[in-house]
Design a protein around this ligand. Structure first.
Ligand code: TYM
Length: 332
């Protein structure tokens, strides 16, 4: 690989990506390929921390892989692979888990949320999930991790684990930096703008899926919860409008001041329609490209097989050194 900084990120294959996934993370992954060495991964090992139907998981994993390509990740420029194809992630995760404290994991807000939502299955994997995420990143000694704001706490833990390992065994891991967008790091639910937009929300109107057709996108935006004023401006307390303005800004490239003047004197109806249309038009080519790619199973297979080979070769070098550092006997 060229001598550039290294980026790593991943996404769970739990259905179609949301507009939150897209704006907070995935939309940046394509452009970053020109400036950095990029490694991107569909994290199926993470997905099974909550119950999955095996048939659907396989389908969702293939779809997520094709969708990343449709969103601009180019397997010729980046290493794009499926996590379970590369055994080093699980291997490193074990070693890192022996360098992670129970107390640290207990403080993870995502664990607290998910263990409430899946109270019938609070399994050990759900608890140690952030260690596997740290392993994903550290197995490549990544410099930067492009994610949405909700992953910040996990990333801080990954940094702590790396620093602790370095103190104990001598400097080795790169301590990764988060790469979180200034606008759009936290896309909120369209129905309750104090909550994060999430595909696990029971109300389908709360969440735009990036494969939603134009009418559906516009309909969901028209129903978005706002406030009783009629002023399109970014201000504390206007969570619904702030969210729509952030979405519109990231999609059109317009800043808040120009959005405010564009909609001065107009009602929320006009604004919601404009946001809906801008988002739908933006997503249209992604949908078309996804339809094309997802039919070409042989091509996808070739891409993910090559991606896994490259990822394994790279991470194996790192993990072998870790084995030596912790005192395991060389096999050969
Ligand atoms: P996941 O699959 O939940 O989400 C993928 C990416 O989308 C971002 N995101 C959002 N951004 C803004 N607004 C939202 N409403 C929103 N919802 C989701 C997430 O921040 C994430 O960047 N643990 C990770 C996957 C992972 C990973 C990694 C990421 C596993 N290993 C290593 C980076 C590096 C997760 O569950 O993301």
């Amino acid at each position: 690989m060229e001598d550039k900084k290294l980026i790593f990120s991943g996404i769970q294959p739990t259905g179609t990506f949301t507009l939150g996934n897209y704006i907070g993370a995935v939309r940046n992954w394509g452009p970053l390929q020109d400036e950095y060495n990029c490694i991107y991964c569909v994290v199926d090992l993470h997905a099974i921390t909550v119950k999955q139907d095996p048939v659907k998981l396989r389908q969702n994993t293939m779809n997520a892989y094709a969708l990343l390509m449709a969103c601009g990740v180019d397997p010729q420029k980046s290493i794009l692979f499926i996590q379970s194809h590369v055994k080093t992630h699980a291997e490193l995760s074990w070693i890192l888990s022996c360098n992670t404290q129970f107390g640290e994991l207990s403080r993870m807000t995502q664990f607290k949320d998910k263990s409430q939502r899946h109270a019938d299955d609070v399994n050990a994997g759900l608890f140690t999930y952030p260690v596997l995420m740290a392993a994903d990143i550290l197995a490549y000694n990544a410099d930067l991790v492009p994610v949405g704001g909700d992953q910040k706490q996990h990333l801080e833990l990954a940094r702590n684990i790396a620093q602790r390992f370095n103190q104990r065994y001598g400097d080795f891991f790169t301590v990764p930096e988060p790469y979180i967008p200034k606008v759009g790091a936290r896309v909120m639910s369209l129905q309750d703008p104090t909550k994060k937009m999430s595909k696990s929300d029971d109300n389908p109107n709360s969440c735009i899926l990036i494969l939603d057709d134009k009418d559906t996108v516009i309909r969901k935006f028209k129903r978005a919860v706002t406030d009783s004023e009629a002023e399109v401006c970014y201000r504390e307390g206007k969570d619904g409008i702030n969210n729509l303005m952030s979405i519109y800004s990231t999609i059109t490239g317009k800043d808040f001041a120009s959005i405010e003047s564009e909609f001065a004197g107009k009602g929320y109806g006009d604004f919601k329609l404009a946001v809906g249309e801008a988002v739908a038009d933006h997503l249209e080519p992604i949908r078309t490209e996804f339809d094309r790619l997802s039919k070409d199973k042989a091509f996808l297979k070739q891409c993910y097989t090559e991606g896994a080979e490259k990822a394994l070769r790279y991470s194996q070098r790192v993990v072998s050194k870790v084995y030596r550092k912790v005192g395991f006997v060389d096999r050969t």
